[in-house]
Write a protein that binds this ligand. Sequence first.
Ligand code: CP
Length: 304
Amino acid sequence: MKPKSLVNIGDYGRDDIFRILESAARFKQESDRDLLRGKVCATLFFEPSTRTRLSFETAVSRLSGRIIGFSDSATSSAAKGESLKDTIVMVSNYADLIVMRHHLEGSARYASEISTVPVINAGDGSNQHPTQTMLDLFTIYETQGSLENLTITVVGDLKYGRTVHSLIQGMSYFNPTFNFVAPEELHIPDKYKLFCDKRNIPYREFTDFAPEAINSADILYMTRVQKERFTDLMEYEKVKNVYILRDRMLANSKENLKVLHPLPRVNEVNQDVDANPKAYYFEQAKNGMYTRQAIICDLMGVES
Ligand code: CP
């Protein structure tokens, strides 16, 4: 039987999501637990990362598991031309779980079909970043007391932003309303609008960073314009600083508003926002460790 993997946030239904969030809340109370002793987790990062890789590695270390892997594919035999297939076959002989980030959309699904151990998608190109979404859902629940009936304004690179694509799917169980704020060049792909239409999820599109999009929101989800996704750097230069959130722009926002960002940020959230109690992106990143502990245990069949 194929092991259970997390490739797409749609792999987890509503009940699965609540099971993970409850487990993550327990890990937030007590993160050092002896649950993965004797287990080996491999982190294969073919693309750069700070938070995702380090939070996965910390999550495993705090549960007494061990880590193997690489943070730069240039130091692996991929640099000699070894295929992804052979890499996954090899590593699934060594480890009990594989966490992989790769620039190709669909690479995580492909890896999960070859692997004999669970695979966690830590980001596949512009497609999906399901563990980011799980930590986003945890953070939204933590700050709003519910996931239901929230207005979420997502800002920035909605075309290539895998965190946004996963978030739309993950929130779809909870009757959300979306405001999509993006320049023409980076607007939300039609397939995600179709996804919303099919589920009667209301959304509005903005090309300017309108006060209405900020002031109607429960969650303001900022994203970076990702230089690495552009083939034409002139196009990147045109849009790189298109929206910059400044503290004064939050003056008329809702009391319960929280500003989230998957990070890293470049210029899109000015540093004067950091001291505003509505800024929650660093706590959001911290929640990544607890949420990933919950996901790892879930996939490995470890009671948590
Ligand atoms: N949010 C996120 O994926 O961050 P990293 O690229 O640093 O892992």
